[in-house]
Design a binder for this molecule. Structure first.
Ligand SMILES: Nc1ncnc2c1ncn2[C@@H]1O[C@H](COP(=O)(O)OP(=O)(O)O)[C@@H](O)[C@H]1O
Ligand SMILES: [Mg+2]
Length: 283
């Protein structure tokens, strides 16, 4: 079903599926945690979901049982295979061989360390380097096969990030409410403006900011939240996520909050389902 069709003209935006990404230049803010649980929430709501790991550190992939020793095919190879000019580097891997399927109904295209060499590898090509991921998604008609494609972004600001932003319909920004983390957000907004200036793709929609590791127990928590909303007057701010030990625990054993029944997890499930609804409504 996912065979590469060589020399096929690139179709644009086929299918109704939506592509979203969790982005922040800063690491440790919850991109992977949010991407994973939101993907599961969208799946719980009946959508067919594909996760796409675009971080060379492949934490997202590890949650799906990916092992860099045994899985030799990843998004790097698939993207390179889709660039005709780089024929000498093609590996002939099929998308169907790279996709990891799980019994939760959520599929994954893994990342790998090789992805950190993406920028260098495509440095000399003539076709638009910013559009490699977009063309890959379009060529393989992934929007026809999946309702949502959920991308986990890298903690960098380079060509990978530009490729992601050129390929998505909407972006979500998890962040820790402190000035350091907010600077990481400002930088990525600049990249979004650059993309708007390029004018070759539709600028993705800012789906909202996700305050994470929020100190809900502070007396002035309500005030803190209002301040965050005032910081981003033109965008949606999702309900903040508190620092929850259970959260980190579930992630460390590769599980989502939907894999547990305890009360604490039920609350998180409700929160992620609400976030999924707010994403659906905006796209
Ligand atoms: N709300 C939270 N409560 C507790 N731990 C969290 C929370 N959000 C993220 N974490 C933990 O913080 C660490 C970094 O999160 P991660 O999603 O990997 O961030 P990023 O992908 O932005 O680097 C992980 O160990 C994760 O389990
Ligand atoms: Mg991550």
């Amino acid at each position: 079903m996912f065979n590469f069709r060589k020399n096929e003209k690139i179709p644009t935006q086929q299918g109704e599926g939506k592509v979203i990404a969790f982005m922040n230049q800063k690491g440790g803010v919850g991109k992977t945690t949010m991407a994973y649980n939101t993907a599961r929430a969208l799946s719980e709501k009946g959508h067919k979901v594909l996760c796409l790991d675009m971080d060379p550190q492949f934490n997202f992939s590890s949650l799906f049982g990916y092992d860099s020793e045994t899985h030799t095919h990843n998004i790097f190879h698939l993207m390179i295979n889709s660039i005709r000019e780089l024929k000498s580097l093609h590996t002939g891997i099929l998308l169907s061989e790279a996709i990891i399927k799980t019994d939760t109904g959520v599929d994954l295209i893994p990342s790998g360390q090789e992805l950190s060499g993406f920028e260098l590898t495509v440095a000399g090509i003539n076709s638009p380097r910013q559009l490699v991921l977009k063309k890959f998604i379009d060529k393989n008609r992934l929007r026809e096969y999946y309702d949502y494609i959920v991308i986990d972004g890298p903690p960098t600001l380079g060509l990978l990030v530009v490729n992601i932003l050129c390929a998505v319909d909407g972006v979500l920004f998890p962040f820790i409410p402190d000035s350091f983390s907010e600077q990481g957000l400002k930088n990525i907004q600049e990249v979004l403006l650059d993309i708007e200036d390029m004018g070759i793709v539709q600028t993705p929609k800012n789906l909202g900011y996700i305050p994470n590791l929020f100190e809900t127990r502070r007396k002035q928590a309500n005030e803190d939240f209002k301040n965050i909303q005032n910081t981003f007057p033109d965008a949606h701010v999702f309900q903040p996520f508190a620092n929850k030990a259970n959260f980190a625990k579930s992630m460390s054993c590769g599980k989502s909050v939907f894999d547990f029944q305890a009360k604490d997890y039920k609350e998180l499930q409700t929160q992620f389902l609400k976030m999924a609804t707010e994403i659906e409504e905006q796209l």
